[in-house]
Design a protein around this ligand. Sequence first.
Ligand code: GLN
Length: 554
Amino acid sequence: MRRTKHIFVTGGVVSSLGKGLTSASIGLLLERRGLSVRMQKFDPYINVDPGTMSPYQHGEVYVLDDGSETDLDLGHYERFTNSPLTRDSNWTTGQIYQEVIRKERQGVFLGQTVQVIPHVTNEIKAAIAKLAGNDVDVVITEIGGTVGDIESQPFLEAIRQFALDVGKENCLYIHLTLVPYLRAADELKTKPTQHSVGQLRQIGIQPDILICRTEKPLGPEERAKIALFCNVPVEAVIEERDKEFSIYEVPLSLMERGLDELIVRRLGLRTPKPQMDDWIELLRIIRNPEHEVSIAVVGKYAEHRDAYKSIYEALDHGGIANRTQVQIQRIHTQLIEREGAERLLSGVDGILVPGGFGERGIQGKIQAIRFARERRIPFFGICLGMQCAVIEFARNVLGWREANSTEFDRETPYPVICLMDEQRNVTDKGGTMRLGAKPAVLVPGSRAAECYRTDVIWERHRHRYELNTQYLDALTASGLAVAATSPDRKLVEIVEIPSHPWFVGVQFHPEFKSKPTAPHPLFVGFVRAALARRQSVGKRGETEAASSVAHLAS
Ligand code: GLN
């Protein structure tokens, strides 16, 4: 019988060190050694899931096939590994307590006083153990937050206990820390790492491996110092430097530093070296693109790096498939409202409007979509972006000036987007949308069908509103086409404008299913269309320049 090994990844000094990316990279390297890996993340905040949090607080909400709304680090896990992700892959303090309290109400604890140790820690350990099994070699568990946070304590205590339960030889603790560079002293500083490891050791966890995030190379002196003060061998002090081109460089650079070798040796796993040929090829393409396009992502959280994380990644994947570097212009909807689409979007080769909630920024999105439609610039609308495309079409092509979604105007005379039937009596906000993977049937000959090259697709959803099919005849008579519906034909899942070079709106979130090694077909198609536009505009520019030179010469 196989004994599942456990890797715990914690973080210290500061947040946003890239624990998710590092955990995903470790998962990838182990899978490429032929191991079967499962990934999970604990988030110490109290919310039951991030679904109710503002993108300003939390960045993107990443949706899984089973409809769970999870932390965006799970996006990294899916993009890097093949670990199946489910509801069991992301736990918050809120969920753990919900479980404990549910059991208490059912009388499961038989009159005991319910406490953090052992009841809460047992629940956390059960969540870890749930992922282990006969077919699993390694479970990687990332603990969100930073060592020293009050909320993290039960999780750290639980992973400490876990090694006692399953045997120390089956567990490995990896601590990610920051080694800052002080310009004034021209030195890398190891003290924060020493403090952070000190805190971990105080609660009984001696990290086995330290991964040091740094902007400058970590010299032998610094490594020796960290090793000595943190009580680890020098070989277990691994440098992780900021990457120049792409996050997809991280696994290879960790491999070069011997991380995966060290992990399998420490865990007593016998495996061949990782098979990374396709990944190396991927990086070669990223580093040496043949073309370039500029794509505007028009959203109300444009200033927030993580709010549309998976969309930015999926655009890069679409670029890789076309050997094209995608320059992403993050454009704030309010800026478009203030300065106009013409000024901000004239130079771009493609326009993408992502998902969202609430009325703020809608006008800007509609202006951007109108610009894309009228100027024949490739357009990709995702969820709210698709809904806004329908509103724009109704207003400016059909002339229904007051057309709207009932999300923004309940009294609109033309509710072209309306609440789904199943949503009418829903009052709770958390986990109540239409969520997760659903099938859709593609219309043969549509642009979408051309991209997917199949008839049935499964894509992930997260919405309450839908295209109001009462208006379908009017919309289609004027040139909007339906390219996919739910199998019962009740819900419209993709719309297109066939007379436009590439105008596609989808009610789902394709960005959640794109990987660098398997780019999503719609993102591939969108980037290809943007590239075609850039090349034809370039040619037109050249011909115009040539003819004006000829004109001057004559
Ligand atoms: N607010 C819209 C809805 O609920 C769109 C949601 C989204 O873009 N994810 O239907």
